[in-house]
Design a protein around this ligand. Sequence first.
Ligand code: BGC
Length: 504
Amino acid sequence: MASRATPRRQPSRKGSMADVPKDLLGEIQRLEELFTVDTAKLKAITDHFVSELAKGLSKEGGSIPMNPTWCMGYPTGHEQGTFLALDMGGTNLRVCEINLPEEVGEFDIIQSKYRMPEELKTGTGEELWGYVADCLQQFIEYHHEGENLDNLPLGFTFSYPATQEYINHGVLQRWTKGFDISGVEGEDVVPQFEAALKERGLPIKLTALINDTTGTLIASNYTDQEMRIGCIFGTGCNAAYMEHCGEVGKLAHMNLDPDQEIAINCEWGAFDNEHQVLPRTPYDVIIDKDSPRPGQQTFEKMIAGLYLGELFRLVLVDLHSKADVKIFEGQDISKLQKPYSLDASVLSDIENDPYENLQETHDAFKSHLSIECTKPELELIRRLTELIGTRSARLSACGVAAICKKKGYKTAHVGADGSVFNKYPHFKARGAQALKEILDWEKDREGKRLGRGHDPVEILPAEDGSGVGAALIAALTLKRVQEGNVVGVRNPDGMLHGVPKAKS
Ligand code: BGC
């Protein structure tokens, strides 16, 4: 592209602010103050996080739900069988069939994706379950035409906070990620889902209802036994880890073996719903106020993919409304005024713009928003994306550091998945830098980390939690039932009906 400006060589844009007029420069400084989270603040947030994790496990509870999942321990690598997995994450619906063969840590998978129609997110429970069951039916008809099937075991990844008295039970605490479907909150989702399966005569038996983070933890640990935490940094954000039953005060009445491990779905998106420690900006306040569930998911609303584009949009609209700030002067910004019109990929593209003069950003604003940006405006836009993206990564690291501190992990692998983790530029490096600041890692004179030559706690790409993880948890559950360990399983005999006995 001959007419293009020269690609930048340096990642830093220092110096490029030389021509930025005073009003915009002042705003950039103000935004830097609002969105920057320094080391001391990261540490304060992490400390508060540690105590909130413990509070969530206690009988009294706290704002982080810390949901016991009845997934009791890590896989051995010897799990076997064929399982269906259904993933209802937010954007897409995915159906998989997973085969866990004899070989340790191996798996085969076939899968189909279906789009979640936007209108379902604000419809009724009946419409939702009908659609989900239709997708399962299509999958079965396509892959098993004419076969005589019975009670195929299913791991259902339902990535919303649910109270589980059993692994095949789950009362939706509240919708998150912008969902607002009537008739489901406060209800056990399993019978609703099963009724839709029954109506269609589908040969499927729900074995385990799981969270995407629990699936991520288990799938990642299946292939790397150093994996201790499963995280999702995507449309929403959350983590799961293994806890000893003895630490879970709210399960004390069940007299479980205190050394038995149980996966806890933290639901850490709800961290600091009391607004004690997170440095919320006026823009975070607006996001919360205008969301379907104000007061909920304070942490998630500052860092997750669903909200990054909206934060960016709100800042730009605010700047445009200020009489003393000259930005997009005399231009029609009506497209930018539409709530949730920009998603996180817009910020990714801006941070990835390789041109010194931010040509791609200029062109994107022109084509998508009909706004012609000046060079100084582009500089502000770029800085703003860096600030929002960096804050997201640094705050995310606080959650990971808090679990490590709570568990006393000096070293660990953390399996992470989700669009922000996988696609947002520099998210991994920024998160690693923040972990280093929070956990005070020392370096030797050559700059190597003491002890291992790499970061003691590393956040790494996870295995497929809602596919392989869901299948593994279903396999672990069936095996447990066969062995007569039916704690946290509703109607255990019914679960095994028609299922060939797993090899031990
Ligand atoms: C949900 C969690 C989920 C996370 C990531 C949050 O909004 O409450 O259950 O794990 O998103 O998908």
